[in-house]
Design a binder for this molecule. Structure first.
Ligand SMILES: Cc1cc2nc3c(=O)[nH]c(=O)nc-3n(C[C@H](O)[C@H](O)[C@H](O)COP(=O)(O)OP(=O)(O)OC[C@H]3O[C@@H](n4cnc5c(N)ncnc54)[C@H](O)[C@@H]3O)c2cc1C
Length: 675
């Protein structure tokens, strides 16, 4: 029986819980390196630690073969600055990100990414990912390099973003991890970090977790631990039943990796940063509607009468041909491309786009709704690379968009794809399916990351971070591969001389008691969905776009009360619900860190989209600094740090110098630039 409806109609009831439940059964697993989270970054970390000879265990809340935001594929790979055709150096790319973010960016991490993104991609090719046009489908295309057969996206002059046939990227790296003997524990929700002597701020010696099918308890003891759990997509809104896209990321994206570090006493940075959550369930399913952003970059947009919307560069110079949309005009250094974890772009690095006064032009009647994208106006190469390679391989598009539309008869050689019909301001950004107007502005996304050094080590001994959201300076696909690969190497180096991990029994027992509390509660207790919704509402209200000391303190109090009352009496009727409730507890810890960080910054900040009503002055120079935050005995403590701390003592003053002295055994070779 294949589908839910058939089952319920035939049986007249929903199915029984299909796994044996063994609450309280304990399994202990020892390793050199424990990787928490098996997305791209986690699997890559496991591979590189394993390649260095470490005994590696990876615990993932889902199944590491497809879990995480990258599990459904990738079509364009960013930051490949050392590929043979690139005209952008790692230094230039790093500077572009750092300057665009006015310094609020972990540029050392960005440098590591751009030094190793291409090498990470080459490894994927070795393991079975197609990264070149080996069948010469696009021979002669503007975006192809004939010698290497690489295809480029966004910026055909500078060639640092590579189009890839990536629908199977996750199984490819998963298989390599299995081949190397990584012990992969799927369906484990990690719940806490273990520390030496059970003390906050001490060396991390492993983690605890619960199996979300059997309810069994796991104790992982490790000499080093790497956090690679992604972000906290369920913190500000929770509507998973809506278009299956309430969070563009994974449902397990619940900030657990941050929360367990917060409780263990690690330092975080930029936790006060938020931005509008355009990827909420109130928008459209990702990539499903006509638009000309990201994967659809460059495609012509026409109105209901067939009139084409003009394009401009970031300096507002008109762009006349489709080909020029992928080229740099006067004043443009290179196009960074979007989706790389930065929220601001200086014009010299921004992408070409449809005119930015499109809402006004529609209002005045120059263009008539609805709008469409018309791929027939593109060259055959451009059309096929978009509808085929890109939409066929991008995350969350292969089955729901590409297959479904094709089966429904959609033909890009003659059909057009309609853009959403929406409030006109939604047309100001060409990513129409994620238009801001569809989500209220106090529904935010954000929070910061672990503060890391040039080893991607956190402030706690034995604890490393990789991945797009857990590490300060990360952002997307190639970046998760590169940071995972690097952190895995550094952790493996560390364990060669690190003492054996000794876990504190009392700490484990206290965590077991906390973990099983929801299955001991009265069945009248409310469930995880209500709790998650309440957390989201509190965060929207008290940590939304506008805040002051009073609202932030109220938010802290209400989160604490929610934890002590509703969450403490919430009931889990099976191990899956138990895992989700434990994630809710982590969401509260994540929220607590954000609210405290927001209290500490007593000034508004435009880059962090941070608005303190009681400190309205925007960007006062004396607040131009980082405020690392950690929890000590239940209290939040902050300190001050220069924005470019990674180029100041004890580190060297240059990126390459630091890279050379930290990157270790697997460091990438340097490409000579052709110009
Ligand atoms: C639809 C879509 C399309 C995208 N397209 C592109 C693209 O074309 N190019 C590009 O560069 N980027 C793209 N991205 C972004 C990119 O996919 C992500 O940045 C990247 O996958 C992040 O990987 P990660 O490993 O860092 O984190 P995640 O993918 O978030 O992985 C985190 C992992 O941690 C696990 N986890 C979480 N909590 C726990 C816990 N408590 N215990 C154990 N495990 C836990 C999760 O199960 C998951 O496997 C896209 C993203 C999406 C969603």
């Amino acid at each position: 029986m294949s589908i839910w409806h058939e089952y319920v109609q035939k049986e007249g009831t929903i199915p029984e819980w299909p796994y044996p439940v063994n609450y309280g059964k304990v399994t202990e697993i020892m390793s050199d390196v424990l990787v928490v989270g098996g997305g791209l970054a986690g699997v890559r970390a496991a591979i590189s630690a394993s390649q260095m000879g470490a005994k590696v265990v990876l615990a993932d809340a889902g199944h590491a073969k497809r879990s995480g935001s990258g599990g459904a594929g990738v079509d364009h790979w960013h930051g490949a600055c050392t590929n043979p055709c690139s005209n952008v150096t790692p230094e230039e790319y790093t500077k572009a990100c750092y300057d665009s973010m006015h310094g609020y960016h972990g540029a050392h991490v960005r440098f590591i990414i751009t030094r190793e993104s291409w090498d990470s991609l080459l490894e994927c090719e070795k393991w079975g990912l197609q990264i070149r046009d080996v069948n010469d489908e696009f021979k002669g295309a503007d975006f192809r390099d004939e010698a290497t057969k690489l295809l480029f996206a966004y910026d055909y002059d500078n060639r640092h973003i590579i189009r890839v046939w990536g629908y199977n990227v996750k199984p490819v790296i998963y298989n390599e991890a299995k081949r190397l003997g990584v012990n992969i524990q799927n369906r484990i929700c990690i719940t806490s970090l273990l520390t030496e002597g059970g003390k906050q701020g001490a060396r991390v010696v492993g983690a605890t977790g619960v199996n979300t099918r059997t309810g069994e308890f796991f104790v992982f003891k490790s000499k080093a631990t790497i956090i690679a759990t992604g972000g906290a997509g369920r913190l500000f809104q929770f509507v998973p039943e809506l278009t299956a896209s309430a969070s563009m990321s994974d449902m397990s994206s619940a900030g657990v990796g941050h929360a367990i570090g917060w409780k263990a006493g690690a330092e975080f940075v930029n936790m006060e940063r938020t931005g509008p959550n355009t990827l909420s369930g109130f928008g459209y399913a990702p990539y499903s509607m006509g638009n000309s952003s990201n994967t659809y970059h460059g495609v012509p947009i026409i109105d209901a009468n067939g009139k084409e919307v003009p394009w401009v560069d970031a300096f507002n110079h008109p762009i006349h041909t489709i080909g020029e949309r992928f080229r740099c005009g006067p004043g443009q250094k290179f196009q960074l491309g979007i989706g790389i974890g930065i929220s601001n772009y200086l014009p010299e690095y921004a992408q070409n786009d449809p005119v930015n006064d499109l809402p006004e032009r529609i209002r005045k009647g120059e263009f008539v709704l609805p709008l469409y994208i018309d791929m027939t106006r593109m060259s055959e190469h451009e059309r096929r690379v978009l509808w085929g390679l890109m939409v066929g391989h991008e995350g969350k598009t292969r089955i729901p968009i590409y297959d479904t539309f094709n089966k429904g008869g959609f033909d890009p050689d003659k059909d057009m794809l309609q853009a959403p019909v929406m409030n006109l301001d939604g047309y100001a950004n060409s990513c129409f399916w994620a238009a801001r107007v569809n989500t209220p502005s106090h529904y935010r996304a954000g929070g910061g990351s672990y503060l890391v050094d040039w080893d991607l080590k956190t402030s706690l001994e034995g604890l490393y971070a990789a991945s797009s959201s857990t590490v300060y300076g990360g952002g997307c696909h190639g970046e998760s591969h590169a940071t995972g690969r690097y952190a895995g190497r550094k952790a493996a180096e560390y364990v060669r001389t690190a003492p054996n991990p000794i876990a504190e029994r009392a700490q484990i027992e206290a965590e077991m008691s906390r973990v099983y509390s929801p299955v001991r509660q009265d069945r009248d207790g409310i469930g995880w969905k209500e709790i998650n919704h309440a957390i989201a509402r509190l965060m929207q209200d008290y940590c939304g776009r506008y805040k002051n000391e009073l609202t932030l303190n109220m938010g802290l109090r209400l989160l604490r009360e929610l934890k002590e009352t509703e969450l403490a009496s919430a009931y889990a009727s099976n191990p899956h619900e138990l895992g989700r409730l434990l994630e809710c507890s982590s969401l509260i810890d994540f929220g607590e860190a954000m609210l405290n960080a927001s209290l500490a910054r007593k000034a508004s900040n435009s880059t962090l989209d941070f608005h303190r009503m009681d400190h309205p002055a925007m960007d006062p120079p004396e607040w131009n600094k980082l405020l690392p935050i950690r929890q000590v005995n239940g209290e939040a403590k902050t300190r001050e740090l220069p924005l470019d701390y990674f180029l100041k003592a004890p580190f060297a003053s240059g990126y390459e110098e630091n890279y050379q002295s930290h990157a270790g055994a697997g460091k990438a070779s340097r490409k000579e630039m052709s110009r």
